[in-house]
Ligand binder design. Structure first.
Ligand code: C5P
Length: 219
């Protein structure tokens, strides 16, 4: 472990998409690459933190120097997060599926010749961030992300209150921004004090900026 301002701190990070099975060979996914969460984990480890990195099936490899816990579904991610607590801070960068398919079983769905597609039934996944933020023994600093396409600051401010987290990092994921899956990010940090726009920068730079803010807040 590197020595630094976060030496002795345990920080939990969720990252990447989740995959929700439809049957043994098919799943529902999303476009999260895991790049921002991976960069945050690397930046925190570089500042001395002991990092537990709970990741869904991401497009980018996990960073060096962190404890990696690989999961597939939101339910598995929730379990892995529970098992990783307590932590001094937690950063929820994963793009967790809102729903899972009910009754995804051991048999592959087949066309039955009727021409009628199967009807999938969905059930809501646990909200990991919200659950952790409301625990009595929660991490001192709980940070969420808000991927928004409209009214970014207003929606993210509402989300901060609803989820009960300390900070929300809002990003504008309209396709024309190229942020989701790209190398850059343009974030707005929402805290109890208000909204702070960060300029567009690389995800690595944004990660280092966040890591410094976390170190300040935990100092
Ligand atoms: O509600 P929404 O998905 O927009 O909230 C995004 C934030 O909540 C992210 O920080 C994400 O990691 C977290 N989240 C979670 N568990 C869920 C859904 C979202 O931890 N089931």
């Amino acid at each position: 472990l590197a020595d630094g301002p976060l030496t002795g701190r345990h920080i939990l990070i969720t990252s990447g998409p989740t995959h929700e099975p439809i049957d043994p060979v098919r799943y529902i996914a999303n476009r999260s690459s895991g790049a921002q969460g991976t960069a945050i984990a690397a930046a925190l480890a570089g500042m001395g933190a002991r990092v537990t990195f709970v990741t869904g099936p991401a497009a980018v490899p996990p960073p060096q120097g962190v404890a990696v816990v690989r999961v597939e579904t939101a339910a598995q991610m929730a379990q892995a997060v529970e098992a990783a607590l307590p932590a001094d801070a937690a950063v929820f960068a994963a793009a967790v599926a809102d729903w899972h398919v009910v009754g995804a079983g051991a048999s592959k769905l087949k066309k039955d010749g009727s021409g009628k597609p199967p009807a999938l039934a969905f059930a809501e996944n646990p909200d990991i961030l919200k659950t952790v933020a409301h625990r009595p023994d929660r991490p001192r600093l709980v940070i969420g992300f808000a991927a928004e396409t409209d009214d970014v600051v207003r929606n993210a401010t509402d989300k901060r209150a609803r989820k009960g987290c300390d900070w929300i990092l809002a990003n504008d994921v309209r396709p024309e921004t190229g942020i989701m899956g790209g190398t850059d990010n343009a974030l707005t940090l929402i805290t109890a004090e208000g909204a702070e726009d960060w300029p567009r920068m690389t995800k690595d730079q944004a990660a280092r900026r966040l890591a410094h803010r976390i170190a300040e807040a935990l100092a």
